[in-house]
Design a protein around this ligand. Structure first.
Ligand code: GRG
Length: 295
């Protein structure tokens, strides 16, 4: 499809996801107001909704129903938002800004931000258990979705990725550690997104294998490009082994090699889709679009 067609598709899906997120979250008028406001403040703050879009695209690629994939798409976004809120806390990355606005603990307070993150993580699993059966997803399929998200969010995914990242900041990092961190901190949620879309829509084991491989390589490519973009204006100064840098591909390998690795991961992501045929066209286009993004 043309680049314009992909943009129109992404915009349409984004809007559908925004509506669904709004419906699946508790109202801002809940009591006590501060926690409900903080939850909504963080969910509706201009995220790209990439992971939920991946859920919908993967579901579409195996012929699923959007109505059934939507709550799962939102559940993934809730987990993603929780991870950002907690990552920004003073005890983690200590960031004041996220998406150009004050971080949750800055806009509210630290305790509220901890609770807002906890609420979103918990809500994600409640939404899956509550909504999927109501939309005709068989209970065992719903359970497999819950398993997949639990794995990606837990000690095989986000948590251990974040823990390894914190440990790495204390000393020099190896190539293996760098890959370990990014496969878990970023790529597992990408993988879970496409796998969940596939599971809900009755993908075969082969199709699921293809989606899992696509998701992991796409997540890795996304993280490397993110690192490269983060360097931004400092790019001229960046070089392999930059002293005191965080665990990023751009700092570890230098810009040129990081770019090559991002392209290689993108190619692998797209090659994984081979067995899915033309139905996976949008997933392929998205991979190239993300590889070439400028923000
Ligand atoms: C469990 C506390 C905790 C953290 C988990 C996800 C994570 C680890 C930390 C968040 C910070 C970070 C650099 C994550 C890597 C993934 C990444 C590039 C997130 C940003 O994703 P985008 O660009 O965000 O999709 P938007 O703003 O569009 O939603």
């Amino acid at each position: 499809v043309s680049a314009l067609e992909l943009e129109a598709y992404l915009e349409e899906k984004r809007q559908r996801i925004e509506e669904e997120l709004d419906q699946l979250l508790p109202p801002a008028s809940g009591y006590p107001p501060r926690i409900f406001q903080a939850i909504r403040y963080s969910v509706f703050s201009g995220g790209k909704r990439l992971r939920p879009i991946l859920v919908l695209m993967a579901s579409e690629a195996v012929g699923g129903k959007e109505e059934q994939a939507l709550p799962a798409a939102c559940a993934v976004e809730f987990v993603h938002t929780y991870s950002l809120i907690h990552d920004d806390l003073p005890c983690m990355d200590d960031d004041d800004l996220r998406r150009g606005r004050p971080t949750c603990h800055r806009a509210f307070d630290e305790a509220t931000a901890v609770l807002a993150g906890d609420a979103l993580l918990t809500h994600a699993f409640w939404v899956l258990a509550h909504e999927l059966p109501r939309r005709g997803v068989p209970p065992l399929t719903a359970l497999a979705v819950i398993e997949e998200l639990g794995r990606a969010a837990g000690v095989e995914g986000l948590i251990v990725g974040q823990a390894a990242d914190l440990a790495a900041q204390k000393g020099k990092i190896s190539e293996e550690e760098l890959l370990f961190i990014h496969l878990r901190k970023t790529a597992q949620l990408f993988r879970a997104s496409v796998c969940i879309g596939g599971i809900i829509s009755g993908a075969s084991p082969d199709e699921l294998g293809a989606l899992a491989s696509y998701g992991e390589h796409l997540g890795l490519a996304f993280q490397i490009v993110d690192d490269i973009l983060d360097l931004g204006a400092d790019s001229a100064k960046a070089g392999a082994g930059t002293e005191g840098s965080k665990a990023t591909y751009a700092a570890f390998y230098g810009l040129e090699e990081a770019r090559r690795k991002a392209d290689e991961a993108t190619e692998k992501a797209v090659a994984s889709l081979g067995s899915l045929g033309s139905a996976a066209g949008r997933l392929r286009d998205l991979a190239f679009r993300l590889a070439g993004r400028r923000s």
